[in-house]
Ligand binder design. Sequence first.
Ligand SMILES: [Zn+2]
Length: 334
Amino acid sequence: MTPGWLKLRHYLRAGIASSVVLCASTLAVPAQGSGTNPQDPVSHTVYQGQTLGMIARRYNVSIAAICSANGIRRSRPIHPGQKLVIPRKLRRSLSASAAKRAASKASSGRSGTKRSSESASRATSPRRRPDPTGPYARRPRQYGFVTLESRTGRWRGTAVRPDGTIPPSARDGFERSLASWRTGKTERIHGRLIRMLTRVSDHFGGRPIEIISGFRPPRKEQYTLRSKHNLGRAVDFRIRGIPNAVIRDFCRTLPNVGVGYYPNSTFVHLDIRECSAYWVDFSGPGEAPRYATPSGKDPAASKSRRARQTARVKSTTKGADGHGATESGPTPKG
Ligand SMILES: [Zn+2]
C-alpha cells in the first residue's frame, strides 16, 4: 500500500469522525433580537453543535469581538442554549467618532500590527481580515426565506424556520425547482443541501438563486460515475449581480461541502459530503471536465492534448463532481 493510500484512509477516517460533530453545524441559525437599529447588538442562542467560529461567520463578526462582548474566552466551550451578545460589525454607516478613530489609527501608523490584541475596538474594526465576499454580503429581510428560480419553476418561501426545521412546503419547492431540466424528474433534495443554499441566500441578502442544474437522473454518458447530482445532493447555481468567484468563496466557508468553480462557465457547483472538497474546472459549455493543474492553471493553456487527458484522470481522484458543463444544459439567458 502506498503512503498516498494511507493518507487517504486517514482523511476518510478523520472525515467520518469529524462529520459527527460538524454535521450538526448545518442547523440554520436564526437571527434573534429586535434588530431595529442595525448597529444594536443582537442576542443569539447557541444551538447544538455550534462553535464560536460558526456564529462569528453567521453574523459576519470576529470571534474576538464575540468573546469580548460576552467576557468569554475563545478556548472555553460554549453550550446549547447559552445566550450570547453579538456585537454588530461597523459597516458603511460608521459613526463620525468611529471613523475619526479609524482615521487616526491609520495615520498613527504601525501600532495596530500586534495580531494578538483582542481589544474590542480592534476586533470590530472593519479593517481587520477583509472578507472577500464582504461588499456583496447583505442582511436579508427575513433569514431563512429563499427565492429559487429555475427552468422547472420558481419558488419563494421559508426554507428554514427560526427553530432550524424545514417546512414540507420548502421540501416540495426545492424538489420542483431542482428537478431535472432534461426529463422533469424530481428527487427528494437532501435537507442539508437545502440548509446550505439557505445560508448562501441569507448571506447575499436573500437575492434569488438561479438554479442551473439540480437533480440529474444517472446517465451512462455522465463524466462522474456517482455524481452527487444523481442523489439530490448537489446543485449548480448562480446569483444575479454576484460574481461567481464571490459565491465560490462564501461556499467554501460552509462545513462539509464540495465546491466546484467553473471559470469558463456560468455557475458554481455546491454539494454536501463528509469532507470538504474544492476543485476548479476550466471546461466550457459542451466540453468534458478540464480540471486545474496543481498550480491552479488551465491544463489546456500550456499542455498538449495528451497531458490534458492525464491531468484530467489524475484530478478526478480528488473528489470532484465533474459533470462537464454539458450536463448543466444550455444556460438560461440573462
Ligand atoms: Zn454540479
